[in-house]
Design a protein around this ligand. Structure first.
Ligand code: HEM
Length: 584
């Protein structure tokens, strides 16, 4: 529950500078956690080699309270944690050896001392302010205990996450204190909220790796302007032009990386496929060395997004910043080239995202977005777009491996009963196409059941664990006060697994999305794509690439899971055991 930034790591490092500054300005800042998005729950704690895991977890929070959280995690970094490795993954906790490999120079020692002192001070100040005997606001704060200074309930939660029992951990709090409760996490006072109503807060974010002018970092009119610009390209009217190009990427990928193999590992392949699709559509990058290099840079960039934001040699964060700088140079170069092409009439607004953004002008005819904004938001779209859909498709493959009825409703159960499967929607569509003919927009409209399967998969395993919001003013929530400046965090599990909203919530039942959304569900109940003014702007894009990919997968392949143990971890994005190896 500590990762943020729409789950793309987009907020992890945000506000590193601001955080410390704002903490000074306002010692009362804290975190509010909205437990309304699914918390599938397990954070892995990794090697100190820059692998995501613990590094990721410790850095994803970037709020006014973030500095104390980062410092808290710095403690975990220099002091070996007593918490054991979760057996289900290869990820390891930092051992004394791995910590010993850290450069324990003066800055590390200073960091460690600050790590201990600042959160404690912060905790004590906040506690004092909230003490009723001192005229604080405790009487309006929710029930619950802040626990021990600095540590609070953090270790209990972290342990639960690593054991993939965070859902239960949270549910236990809800049973004990009700839907709104306070606790202390990572050195900051925190409020847990549950229910659809909790999904309606405004986010804040700052992002170091993706740039300061990204949609994730800005608010108000600027957010509207940039969102409007991205939506211009990501709207259905525009995307319908690209179904053929996506179809080409999918078929090329399946031909090259799946066909003729006896087994494949799904998650990394899906990541590469979604990267290729998005690089092609957003940047017009064709297959080849430039695209491969950018894919490498993005993989490195992603690792650092969940790393401690300490810009020192050999850290994942430093590597990520460097990869980000390289990627930005490439994108800036593409933007310059595209500008030239637009001027010479060799490209049009609909060529790709960059051409579209460059073509937009305000009422006075001036460019709507600055060059920096174009680069930053292209970076966001690339990160946001490929790390999410890839997870959705991976978990659909996992589901279909053990769910022959769902598979049969999508395509024939086996290749041999093909002729009998008249009602299977992908077989129906295929019958209407000529050999090798690409799918078209109209075909996607017929894939209703497949999209329901996707939505149900997203309900059970939302790629985005949650996101941060910040109270821009004092808020009354359910009779309790969320003070201005407190960070608010929503997670999806409680809402998605709420039996009063989703009947038999643990059951995989695509029919609950028959009309596109659960018939009786209140607004903000299905929140895999978020909700409100920050709802995912790439939803339609995700729908298209998912449907096209699933069409060819279920028509061309049958598969079995290789691992007997069918588990997944939150790393912090959901990640099936060993990346989901399957036998084809
Ligand atoms: C299955 C796939 C996807 C899922 C589950 C997903 C989920 C989300 C979620 C939960 C948010 C945050 C909403 C909030 O804070 O309330 C979000 C925001 C966003 N998504 Fe997606 N997303 C997906 C695919 C995509 C794709 C393909 C793109 C781009 C091509 C994209 C671009 C964005 C952007 C730019 C935002 C920020 C919107 C804003 O702040 O106004 N997403 N997404």
């Amino acid at each position: 529950m500590l990762w943020s930034g729409s789950g793309y790591g987009t907020e992890r490092n945000r506000g590193d500078r601001n955080a410390a500054r704002q903490l000074d300005d306002d010692p009362q800042m804290g975190i509010v956690i909205l437990l309304s998005f699914r918390n599938a729950g397990r954070a892995t704690f990794s090697k100190e080699t820059g692998h995501p895991g613990r590094d990721r977890l410790r850095n994803c929070v970037s709020s006014p309270a973030e500095s104390s959280i980062h410092i808290y995690f710095a403690i975990l970094r220099v002091v070996p944690s007593p918490i054991p490795l979760h057996p289900a993954t290869n990820n390891q906790l930092a051992s004394p050896n791995t910590t010993a490999s850290l450069p324990m120079d003066f800055s590390s020692i200073l960091l460690a001392l600050m790590a201990i002192a600042l959160p404690m001070l912060f905790h004590l100040i906040t506690r004092a302010k909230n003490n009723p005997r001192r005229g604080g606001t405790t009487n309006k704060l929710p029930p619950g205990s802040l626990g021990l200074p600095v540590i609070g309930q953090s270790l209990g939660l972290l342990r639960a996450m690593r054991a993939n029992t965070a859902d239960r951990w949270i549910q236990a709090r809800v049973s004990r204190y009700g839907p709104v409760s306070k606790l202390s996490l990572f050195g900051a006072p925190t409020v847990l909220l549950t229910g659809p109503a909790a999904n309606r807060f405004q986010p804040r974010s700052v992002q170091r790796i993706l740039g300061e002018r990204s949609i994730l970092d800005i608010m108000g009119a600027d957010h509207k302007r940039i969102r409007g610009a991205l939506a211009e390209f990501l709207k259905p009217d525009m995307l319908r032009l690209y179904v053929g190009r996506i179809d080409g990427e999918v078929r090329h990928h399946l031909d090259g990386s799946w066909d003729g193999r006896r087994s494949v590992t799904v998650l990394p392949l899906m990541k590469r496929l979604t990267f290729d699709i998005i690089a092609s559509l957003l940047f017009g990058l064709r297959r080849g060395a430039a695209r491969d290099a950018l894919a490498g840079d993005f993989a490195q960039l992603m690792e650092g997004m969940w790393a401690v934001p300490v810009d020192l040699p050999f850290t994942a964060f430093r590597r990520s910043l460097r990869a980000s700088a390289r990627a930005r140079r490439v994108i800036a170069g593409i933007a310059r080239e595209t500008k030239g092409k637009l001027e010479r009439g060799e490209a049009s607004r609909s060529s790709d995202l960059i051409a579209c953004l460059l073509s937009l002008a305000d009422e006075s005819g001036a460019p709507l977005l600055s060059e920096e904004e174009i680069v930053d938001n292209s970076m966001v779209a690339l990160v946001a777009g490929h790390d999410t859909s890839s997870i959705l498709m991976t978990f659909m493959v996992r589901q279909l491996a053990n769910d022959p009825d769902t598979l049969a409703a999508m395509a024939s159960r086996t290749f041999s009963d093909h002729a009998m499967a008249d009602d299977a929607e992908h077989d129906e569509i295929a019958k209407s196409k000529g050999a090798g003919e690409a799918l078209a927009w109209e075909d996607l409209a017929k894939m209703k059941f497949t999209w329901r399967v996707a939505l149900e998969t997203l309900r059970l395993v939302p790629p985005i664990f949650g996101n941060f919001r910040r109270a821009v003013q004092d808020i009354e929530f359910d009779g309790f006060l969320i003070p201005k400046g407190w960070q608010v965090f929503w997670v999806s599990s409680v809402t998605h697994m709420d039996a009063s909203i989703f009947h038999e919530p643990a059951k995989f039942d695509p029919s609950r999305f028959k009309d596109g959304s659960p018939a009786t569900a209140p607004p903000c109940s299905f929140v895999a794509f978020g909700g409100g003014p920050r709802i995912c702007v790439g939803m339609e894009f995700a729908r298209i690439e998912t449907l096209v990919t699933m069409h060819y997968l279920v028509r061309w392949f049958r598969w079995k899971l290789c691992c007997k143990e069918d588990t997944f971890a939150r790393d912090p994005m959901p990640s099936p055991l060993h990346g989901l190896p399957i036998q084809l």
